[in-house]
Ligand binder design. Structure first.
Ligand SMILES: Nc1ncnc2c1ncn2[C@@H]1O[C@H](COP(=O)(O)OP(=O)(O)OP(=O)(O)O)[C@@H](O)[C@H]1O
Ligand SMILES: [Mg+2]
Length: 170
């Protein structure tokens, strides 16, 4: 994926010269991208064009071979997805990345569980799960059923709700 010249504006997210290669495949070639606060940007391209790879660079899954990523004015060398998440970058992955055997609450809070002292605060997580799902007008029968038993749309809603746990920015 290569990119056209970006408009000049104050950016929240800024990428310059970002390249990523997987073996013989050059997935990203000097990508330049500017995203302003509150702006909704769509990446459009053929299958295999590099859209997911670009999102994974932004979300800390892949480190770019070259280039610079700036978020909220600070250059970031993303050490991993947890660091990106801590900065306020939330991601909904194409394959949703849900754990089929876990219930909705466990999926929402996987890796960011709420605790009460040394024990998991299941009540607080369940309450917050319902709050997040309601905010998305989700029609989910129970938050205590494995996500394997949900429909495709319901699973997608759970994945989106999970990206909202921890209040991402913008
Ligand atoms: N982890 C990986 N290892 C090796 N090659 C990869 C990896 N991830 C992506 N690629 C390759 O990089 C290229 C870009 O893939 P990517 O998943 O970013 O495309 P995409 O634009 O998201 O496509 P789609 O519309 O099908 O989701 C493809 O040729 C793909 O095979
Ligand atoms: Mg993709």
């Amino acid at each position: 994926m290569t990119s056209p010249a970006a408009p000049v504006r104050e950016s929240v997210l800024s990428l310059a010269g970002v390249s990523k290669r997987f073996g013989a495949v050059q997935a990203l070639t000097e990508v330049r991208l500017e995203v302003g606060a509150g702006e909704v940007v769509a990446l459009v391209g053929d299958n295999g064009a590099g859209k997911s790879t670009l999102v994974k660079v932004i979300s800390g899954v892949h480190s770019p071979d070259a280039g610079e990523v700036t978020f909220d004015g600070a250059r970031f060398a993303v050490a991993g997805p947890a660091e990106a998440q801590a900065m306020g970058i939330a991601t909904v992955f194409q394959d949703l990345a849900l754990c089929d055997n876990l219930d909705v609450v466990a999926n929402l809070f996987l890796g960011q569980e709420l605790h009460r002292g040394p024990v998991l605060d299941e009540v607080a997580m369940e309450k917050e799960a319902w709050r997040l799902l309601r905010s998305l007008s989700a029609k989910i029968p129970s938050v205590r059923i494995p996500v394997a038993s949900l429909s495709g749309g319901q699973r997608q809603t759970v994945a989106i709700a999970r990206s909202l746990v921890g209040a991402p920015r913008w």
